[in-house]
Design a protein around this ligand. Structure first.
Ligand SMILES: *[C@@H]1O[C@H](CO)[C@@H](O)[C@H](O)[C@H]1NC(C)=O
Ligand SMILES: *[C@@H]1O[C@H](CO)[C@@H](O)[C@H](O)[C@H]1NC(C)=O
Ligand SMILES: *[C@@H]1O[C@H](CO)[C@@H](O)[C@H](O)[C@H]1NC(C)=O
Ligand SMILES: *[C@@H]1O[C@H](CO)[C@@H](O)[C@H](O)[C@H]1NC(C)=O
Length: 966
């Protein structure tokens, strides 16, 4: 796919602002030949993920043919990593795409949230502080993973990568001639050395336009580290120091004039841009390797989002009348677990949130199927009876815990007592793009006082509708037929082809395209009993709603749900369905296919970081909109058509597309529908088979997007909270006209700040835009983590503003993670006790053995050793724990290997994730041991701790073990 840089909007918006940025471009580059943080982050993630998969493949004796370099694509890596299981006939890279996007969006956001902070960008020689940001962030990532909070882990990781990557652009590391990353930046126990002192001049004036030789020769000769100063307003900088450079940087206008940044080709040191970007990729790969060693391969792949399967997520009412529903939730989940366990189709995590009155929770999120079974087994229906329950509070926990684009199932037979959370839940649905399907039992039966009436059920229907999920209303006895939708949602590679929600209902005809990649096509229709329909295939064959098994599909009924399973997947082309009903109804066509898409709303910012950033909250009414669309599972998609479809007005607006390379497209809409709308993608694919005729396809996003004329912005200066501490989040509310802040508007807004962990939080009840305040009202929300909060806990804060006059709302969703200060920054140490061998050259290598014994400790002040694993080597490892002379715990590692392999590397991880590598080696005098699998493992480009292994210490003809830490 060619990078079509010559055309369109991006160029016109951004070219004008070229060279105004203060770091690698956050998301997009304007010159077509520079590398952005997005590129760097994605390349590093793909390389490290592929390496991990390769190591696993080699260990399992499987082939891995992908070449690991900077040109990998998401789909290639997804496919190459899916070798372990043949049970999957269809792969989807959507979840991997989504998690990579989360990481690069959070990376880019550093340029907004911490625009003027030197240490976030290694400006102004803030090496120590910048390094601390990185190593603290890495600890926070490891703590998040420990609690299986992968979403927050990704968010933090993206931010950390930004600072690390900026080092290579903003410092003189490249100019010093370095060709490998600076290790001390990711190792808190190493000293940052050779920094040019505060009084040492580092730069001289550039000569005219050229800054090629502005770093003082002395600095380069002595190998002193420096970075450019940057200031938007003041030209002050210490005497003789280098500047960042570029027209926004005032410091670069005074002596020494000019700058040293390598952000883009056109920057002061732009000729070194590509070297800096390459090093930034390699440095990011090394940081990912450190995290991988600390959390293990399986968790690493989960952190990267390399998953084929969705989560199984239940929110269950546990009051007295729910015992049948609980039994059914149990039956269906046990069935799924027992069939899928150990395959790639096993749910990637299990989430369970019970609710009741007065309580809800606790949230269970686990990858351990047995833990989930145990918890669901322990649910008992009790209490309640005639009071509404805390359904939405439970749902809130599930929405923030589940990965984006999950499907959540809520089981209840009672109205929600916490209906005031409706707008918060809607905000979370829009922000996570998760679908919520309600299993509502016994609506309208008047046996009990607590039964749902129509008005109560409407709340659930509205939420289902906003999310693209369904509100299934069944009797308790029919629930078992309805739960097939749960199994459907857990098939691999589920896609939405077409979906419509009609409220109010009216008879209408709908068409949709079935493409050849689709399998197991299912049509879901909810509506009143009087609803009828007529389905017509592309070949003109019809089937009516009265035929339970017809020429096209078989029909099953459960309460208000009709589920049509198409008989034949092969009839491609345009299908039609006519629905006859005057009551509200919903229609959804789903199937399984690798071909899908993801989208994110963007927002343009001008100024120092002129670029697009992720748009939080609702798009502004009457304005324009920009989407970043990524097509997944297709190497050669022709330029697709992306539209915003509004079902209430039946309007469809087509966006202007610009290819960004790969399968990414920037889509701009000069107007957006006034009502609720969804994103649709139509296109032609010609990849997956040898048949050369391209096949038309369509896909649809499930989330209903709404516009708002209120703008809410907030930026927390830190997203980590220490236990017992409070963060302040300043926010700004304004009203907009045609998407632009109305500077003369006034008004009062009700403010709600809610968090999912019930942490203490303060917020003004309302804010008011006064006259002469530029149309803005400011306020501050605080959030306090209790002393008892555990490191790695995540908390999601939603700040909503509601216009008191019009009742319009908008919101912002912020994620924080609890991170205690890490005092143990030292890696565990390793001391060889003995290495014994009977390896000899006279016998076959596999008939003799060597044994390596080492003492591993985390020192008296360390957090203790958590895990010892074999990183390289095919022998067996035993560990025991003894108490050392100083009272410290010592882990004695004893490694036994056949003489066919002569080396072992052990990964030693302490309780906060510091990683040490312990190396043992045996070598014989006369012959080289035959090569074994352990040696075939392609060498990692990076290794933590093992980098300084010195082969000169090998003693010829004797057996030695090396244990080296730098
Ligand atoms: C991009 O930059 C590289 C390195 O600076 C250069 O070799 C190449 O010719 C450039 N390509 C374009 C299209 O400008
Ligand atoms: C980055 O790592 C790759 C793979 O190890 C290596 O080939 C390349 O030379 C490195 N790049 C730089 C700039 O050091
Ligand atoms: C739907 O299609 C049928 C048959 O083609 C037609 O008779 C009917 O008027 C259409 N209904 C609507 C609402 O367009
Ligand atoms: C379609 O569904 C059936 C049964 O539900 C399942 O066995 C099959 O694997 C599915 N097809 C694909 C392509 O996953």
């Amino acid at each position: 796919m060619s990078n079509n840089w010559s055309v369109s909007l991006l160029v016109s918006v951004v070219l004008a602002l070229t060279d105004l940025t203060q770091s690698f471009q956050p998301l997009f580059v304007s010159d077509g030949n520079s590398t952005s943080h997005r590129d760097i982050t994605q390349m590093a993630i793909l390389r490290k993920t592929a390496e991990v998969c390769r190591d696993i493949a080699v260990a399992e004796g499987k082939d891995f043919i992908l070449t690991v370099d900077n040109s990998l694509t998401v789909d290639q890596v997804q496919e190459a990593c899916s070798f372990t299981d043949n049970s999957i006939s269809l792969l989807s890279s959507v979840l991997f795409h989504i998690s990579i996007a989360n990481m690069y969006f959070s990376n880019a956001n550093v340029d907004l949230a911490s625009m003027l902070s030197d240490e976030h960008h290694f400006d102004g020689e803030t090496f120590q502080k910048g390094r601390d940001l990185i190593t603290k962030g890495v600890s926070a990532v490891k703590a998040s993973v420990k609690l299986e909070n992968f979403i927050t882990g990704r968010w933090t990781l993206g931010r950390v990568c930004h600072t690390l990557q900026d080092f290579y652009s903003h410092s003189n590391w490249v100019e010093l001639g370095n060709t490998s990353p600076y290790n001390a930046l990711i190792k808190p126990d190493q000293i940052i050395e050779n920094v040019a002192g505060p009084n040492i001049s580092t730069c001289r004036n550039c000569t005219g336009e050229s800054c090629d030789n502005n770093i003082l020769p002395d600095i380069l000769q002595q190998g002193l580290l420096t970075s450019g100063y940057f200031n938007l307003i003041s030209s002050e900088k210490p005497d003789g120091k280098c500047s960042h450079g570029g027209s926004f940087d005032q410091t670069s206008k005074r002596d020494p004039v000019g700058g040293i940044n390598k952000d883009q080709n056109g920057s002061s040191h732009g000729s070194l841009h590509h070297e800096a970007a390459d090093l930034a990729v390699n440095a990011t790969v090394e940081l990912l390797e450190d995290i991988r060693l600390a959390i293990g391969d399986k968790n690493f792949l989960r952190l990267m989002g390399l998953s084929q399967s969705s989560v199984l997520c239940f929110v269950i009412d546990t009051t007295g009348s729910m015992s049948d529903d609980i039994a059914e939730a149990k039956r269906v989940s046990f069935n799924i677990i027992d069939r899928k366990r150990g395959t790639q189709q096993e749910p990637s995590a299990y989430i369970l949130v019970p609710f009741n009155d007065p309580g809800f929770g606790p949230l269970l999120i686990t990858t351990n199927a047995d833990k989930f079974k145990e918890s669901i087994n322990e649910l008992t229906a009790s209490g309640g009876g005639d009071v509404p329950e805390l359904c939405l509070s439970g749902l809130q926990l599930a929405l923030t815990a589940a990965p984006p684009s999950s499907e959540i199932f809520v089981f209840t037979d009672a109205p929600a007592k916490d209906a005031d959370l409706k707008s918060t839940i809607t905000a979370l649905i829009e922000s996570t793009k998760s679908e919520v399907t309600f299993m509502l039992t016994d609506v309208l039966t008047s046996r009990r006082k607590r039964a749902l009436n129509q008005a109560d059920a409407q709340l659930y229907r509205d939420l289902a509708r906003a999310s693209g999920g369904q509100a299934i209303e069944v009797s308790k006895s029919d629930l078992v037929q309805a739960t097939s939708v749960i199994e459907d949602s857990l098939q691999s590679a589920v896609v939405t082809v077409f979906q419509i929600m009609m409220n109010p209902g009216k008879p209408d005809n709908f068409t949709f395209t079935i493409d050849r990649s689709l399998r197991n096509i299912t049509i879901y229709i909810t509506g009143t009993p009087s609803l009828s329909f007529n389905l017509t295939s592309s070949a003109g064959v019809s089937q009516t709603s009265s035929e339970s098994s017809g020429p096209l599909a078989s029909l099953s009924l459960a309460g208000n749900l009709r589920r049509l399973t198409l008989n034949n997947d092969n009839e491609t082309g345009l299908w039609e369905i006519s629905v006859d009903s005057n009551d509200p109804y919903s229609l959804k066509v789903a199937g399984q296919s690798s071909l899908n898409f993801i989208y994110n709303l963007l927002e343009a910012h001008e100024g120092v970081h002129a670029d697009f950033f992720l748009k939080e909250g609702r798009p502004l009414s009457g304005g324009n909109a920009t989407l970043l669309v990524t097509v997944a599972g297709c190497d050669s998609v022709k330029i697709p058509e992306v539209t915003l479809y509004d079902s209430s007005g039946a309007t469809e607006i087509t966006g202007a597309l610009q290819s960004l390379g790969g399968s990414n497209f920037l889509v701009t809409f000069n107007e957006i529908p006034a009502g609720e709308f969804v994103v649709r993608l139509k296109g032609e694919e010609s990849s997956s088979s040898s048949r050369s005729t391209p096949s038309s396809f369509q896909r649809q996003g499930s989330t209903q997007i709404k516009t708002s004329s209120i703008s809410v912005t907030a930026q927390a200066n830190s997203t980590n909270i220490e236990p017992g501490s409070t963060v302040s989040i300043p926010f700004t509310v304004s009203t907009t006209t045609s998407g632009v802040v109305n500077k003369t508007a006034t008004g009062t807004f009700i403010v709600r700040a809610t968090n999912d962990r019930s942490f203490d939080s303060t917020s003004p009840g309302s804010v008011t835009i006064e006259t002469d305040s530029d149309g803005k009202a400011n306020g501050t929300v605080t959030l306090t983590a209790p002393d008892s909060a555990v490191s790695g806990t995540d908390v999601t804060l939603t700040i909503e503003a509601e216009d008191a006059a019009t009742a319009g709302t908008n919101y912002i969703v912020l994620r924080f993670s609890v991170a205690s200060e890490v005092t143990d920054v030292n890696r565990p140490v390793c001391q060889e006790v003995s290495t014994s061998t009977n390896c000899s050259t006279s016998s076959l290598c596999d008939s003799s053995q060597w044994i390596f014994v080492a003492n591993l400790t985390d020192g008296i002040n360390g957090t203790g050793i958590e895990r010892v694993t074999i990183r390289k080597g095919s022998g067996t490892l035993n560990t025991t724990t003894v108490v050392g002379p100083g009272g410290e715990n010592i882990t004695v590692a004893s490694y036994r290997s056949s003489c066919c392999a002569d080396r072992v590397e052990l990964t030693v991880v302490d309780n906060v994730g510091n990683v040490g590598i312990c190396v043992g080696q045996v070598r014989q005098s006369t012959t080289v041991a035959p090569v074994t699998a352990a040696h075939v493992t392609p060498n990692n480009t990076t290794s933590t701790g093992g980098d300084s292994l010195s082969t000169t210490l090998w003693v010829w003809t004797t057996v030695v073990a090396l244990t080296l830490w730098k």
